[in-house]
Design a protein around this ligand. Sequence first.
Ligand SMILES: [Zn+2]
Ligand SMILES: [Zn+2]
Length: 271
Amino acid sequence: MIPGIHVSVRGGLDRALDTLTELGLSCGQIFTSNQQQWKGRTVTEREIERYSGRSVTIISHASYLINLASTDRRVEKLSVSALETELERIHILGIKWCVLHPGAHLGTGEDNGIRKISSTAKQILLNSPGNTGILYENTAGQGTTVGHSFTQLAQLLELTDMPEKTGICFDTCHAFAAGYDLSSERAVLETMNKFNDTVGTGRIKAFHINDSKRECGSHRDRHAVIGEGLIGLEPLRFLASMLEFKEIPGIAETPGTDSDRAQGIEKVVSQ
Ligand SMILES: [Zn+2]
Ligand SMILES: [Zn+2]
């Protein structure tokens, strides 16, 4: 696994590149726009220039407000437009992947939610600029969110039916909270085998490496500092050492500063 962190963009998107360099990391995840607001952000000339010459791998994380399964017409429209503009922004910046929380069905049922998310995503991806695409992130299964089971992730990919423009971002805290044990080497092997049988580990394009404050199967999304949660450091180290994930970014999204996250992820990937 290639160590990375979710990195602050305070001071501009280009500032994130400097932070990664200062921390000695070659990959990072950014919000290209305020994740809690519908209003998008325009990328500056300076940011475009810095990103075109960068030497680090960057992925983006879409706004938390987006829900492609929303039953509210207004939210649905805002979600589509927010995802479209996110893909346009990352295209301008030369970023391929945007991580997306699949969404919440809000009472209409999981199958219905998955169908709606997939068909909407497909329409957006058919028109997305360049080779930009989305990584469906597995969820903890809090509330009516979908994408918490490996079967659902497989359905999302299959129904979206855009293999070159879709993949999975595997969040260790969310998988654990959703009921997939990762708290020992044996559990990691079993869980990843299960994932491989259902989705295929080749579809994983990024990891979120987070420890969990809440127990396995709690359906609660509470990230813990790596090594201080109920998963623990050793199983995460084991996962990171798996050969098939050698070239895959492992992004820490744990509490604290950029530098705290860098220290955490270095512990996971160091030999
Ligand atoms: Zn996320
Ligand atoms: Zn989370």
